[in-house]
Design a protein around this ligand. Structure first.
Ligand code: ADP
Ligand code: ADP
Length: 226
């Protein structure tokens, strides 16, 4: 089974705009995969559907063989998502944001605390654990989003433009963190509009434009064509 399998996915927004025109995409377990495309291509819409934040118009999506229409809670156990917008409670403390998320997965508080500590330390946020999120810098908020997405130790981590607006130094350290997660077995999918980012990190790349997948290939083959 694939970590992610998308078949015939379409999305027409309420205003009639067709953002996805029939997407097929399979990502193997263990892969580090980039969905690369310009602004407006449909990347966030695709990830929004995978993370159940956006309703699809037609098609199927499954995560490790669990169809989102019929086995949503099982699918969610295997899935961590980092959307572009900071959608945590800005007044809550960093540690509590991460452990609260664990509660949604039924993880007992003691175990949630262990996991929160592990990821806040890995992401350099442990010193900020008692700080309200609104006091963090943009880069710290971005890392908090990642820690929160990992607290239930999902097998698939999906990030929407993870390094947009992040300075070069933090970008490199985030890349290193994601590479380490991938080496340890987590399947990673990210969206980006930087070829450079896809090139630096990913093994396989799909190019999306105007709601269609134009190409889905290994990085090596893609770079040979360019
Ligand atoms: P859905 O079909 O998923 O319910 P809607 O079409 O109802 O989505 O739109 C959801 C929200 O996104 C609305 O509040 C709408 O105003 C807003 N929106 C509309 N156009 C855009 C756009 N081009 N980019 C981002 N958000 C938009
Ligand atoms: P990307 O993430 O690749 O930049 P998006 O998935 O955000 O692309 O957007 C794809 C297209 O759908 C864009 O043209 C965008 O304006 C449009 N769109 C996104 N959200 C909405 C919405 N809620 N309502 C109407 N159109 C939308």
């Amino acid at each position: 089974t694939h970590a992610l399998d998308i078949r015939g996915l379409t999305k027409t927004y309420g205003d009639g705009f067709q953002a996805l025109k029939g997407i097929d995409l399979s990502v193997a377990e263990g892969d580090f995969f980039a969905l690369l495309g310009p602004n407006g291509a449909g990347k966030s819409t695709t990830l929004g559907i995978v993370s159940s934040l956006v309703n699809k118009t037609a098609g199927t999506v499954s995560v490790f063989g669990c169809d989102l229409d019929t086995k949503l809670s099982e699918a969610k156990m295997n899935l961590g998502v980092v959307p572009q917008e900071f959608n945590f409670n800005q007044f809550e403390k960093v540690f509590d944001i991460v452990t609260t998320q664990a509660g949604y997965y039924g993880i007992p508080l003691r175990q949630a605390s262990v996991s929160a500590e592990k990821y806040l330390k890995k992401l350099g946020l442990w010193d900020k654990r008692n700080t309200p999120a609104r006091m963090l810098s943009g880069g710290m908020k971005r890392r908090l989003m990642i820690a929160r997405a990992l607290v239930h130790e999902p097998r698939l981590l999906i990030l929407d433009e993870p390094t947009a607006g992040v300075d070069i130094e933090l970008r490199r350290s985030m890349w290193g963190f994601l590479e380490e997660m991938n080496r340890q077995g987590t399947t990673i999918i990210l969206t980006t509009h930087y070829l450079e980012e896809a090139e630096a990190l990913c093994r396989n790349i799909a190019i999306i434009d105007q709601g269609r997948i134009l190409k889905n290939t290994s990085k090596r083959d893609l770079l040979q064509e360019l």
